[in-house]
Design a protein around this ligand. Structure first.
Ligand code: NAI
Ligand SMILES: O=C1O[C@@H]([C@H](O)CO)[C@H](O)[C@H]1O
Length: 308
């Protein structure tokens, strides 16, 4: 079986930390080229732009996008126009409208597309979804707190329009709960705390619900201590489910459950491989819709300036 020849755009932190190791560990893929504006990737042909990669580089079947969300729409469109399958890091684009347009364009091009909500592939998520399927939900409490200086050192794009600020990690919690819960969620109120020298929030408090008036609360914080707090607690009539460490740990009524041993990005690329084989796509917009609605409804409070 011929490997899927892969190009990658944006050889930055997540590409180095997660994408390239996952690609190299999966024999179904062969990374053949990178287009990036920073340091080059060893062992493959490097280019300064996607256009150069497509025009002058080795033939590729698919492209993985690890650039910031601003400007990503045009890049993915370029790959689609060239008939390439696309794997797009979260958030898929800087706006909901751009992401909606990509969904249409993937369909029109007849290729496979994946919006890679990586937290949905955390080890505990599938078991949590199975347990919840037969339970009666009462409330959901989300705490998603980390240190931006640890996870996005020197990344100014995250504080610019389209960079989402604390919703860049917070959208991962949205991607989990929209995957776990049967009914669509909507935002009821949002308080956004924006540093005086930034365009996007550093913290947020949210209240959400669904058509059955489920009580969903979320606290997001990008200026948290060194030890992250990525937890979701779901109280049901029959008991309490808790996901910790971003979904890597699952407990039910305080008892730790056995979960998958596969890492998030290994599962992401295995899913992408299957989508290509099945000639289909997985392009969910729900997490980005919740971010958009949080920004629509959000009251803004200016807080002290942020310095990296
Ligand atoms: N930092 C993290 O821990 C994680 C980040 N992500 C997501 O991955 C995406 C990238 O984040 P990071 O890797 O942290 O950012 P980063 O700033 O470290 O890397 C972005 C890379 O894209 C390159 N780039 C920008 N515009 C380009 C263009 N037009 N053509 C080619 N290369 C271009 C830059 O040179 C840089 O190497 C974001 O959407 C983020 O939400 C996902 C999971 C974790
Ligand atoms: O997607 C993301 O994940 C976090 C962090 O890497 C935990 O995995 C990061 O802030 C955000 O971009």
């Amino acid at each position: 079986m011929q490997p899927i020849c892969l190009g990658l755009v944006g050889y930055g932190k997540i590409a180095q930390d997660q994408h390239v190791p996952a690609i190299l560990a999966n024999p179904a893929f062969q990374l053949v080229s990178v287009a990036t504006q920073g340091q080059p990737c060893a062992g493959v042909e490097n280019f300064r732009s996607l256009g150069e990669l497509l025009e002058n580089g080795p033939q590729v079947d698919a492209i993985a996008f690890c650039t910031p969300p601003q400007g990503r729409f045009a890049l993915v469109q370029q790959a689609l126009a060239a008939g390439k399958h696309v794997l797009v890091e979260k958030p898929p684009c800087a706006t909901l409208g751009e992401a909606m347009a990509l969904v249409d364009q993937v369909g029109e091009q007849g290729v496979s597309g994946l919006f890679a909500w990586h937290s949905r592939y955390a080890p505990g998520i599938d078991a949590a979804r199975d347990w919840l399927a037969s339970r009666t939900l009462q409330s959901v409490k989300i705490d998603w707190k980390e240190d931006v200086r640890k996870w996005h050192p020197g990344q100014t794009w995250i504080w610019q329009p389209g960079g989402l600020g604390v919703f860049d990690p917070g959208i991962n919690a949205f991607s989990i709960v929209t995957h776990l819960l049967a009914l669509p969620l909507f935002v009821e109120c949002a308080e956004l705390r924006v540093p005086s020298n930034c365009q996007s929030p550093i913290a947020a408090s949210l209240k959400m619900s669904d058509a059955q008036h489920l009580d969903v609360r979320a606290e997001f914080d990008f200026d948290h201590g060194h030890d992250e707090l990525w937890s979701i607690e779901i109280r049901c009539t029959e008991g309490t489910l808790r996901l910790d460490n971003g979904g890597a740990l699952l407990s039910i009524d305080g008892v730790r459950q056995t979960v998958s041993q596969e890492g998030e990005y290994a599962a992401v690329y295995r899913h992408f491989q299957q989508l290509i084989a099945d000639q289909t796509s997985d392009l969910d917009l729900q997490p980005l819709r919740l971010v958009a609605d949080s920004f629509f409804l959000g009251s803004r409070t200016l807080v002290e300036p942020f310095y990296d």
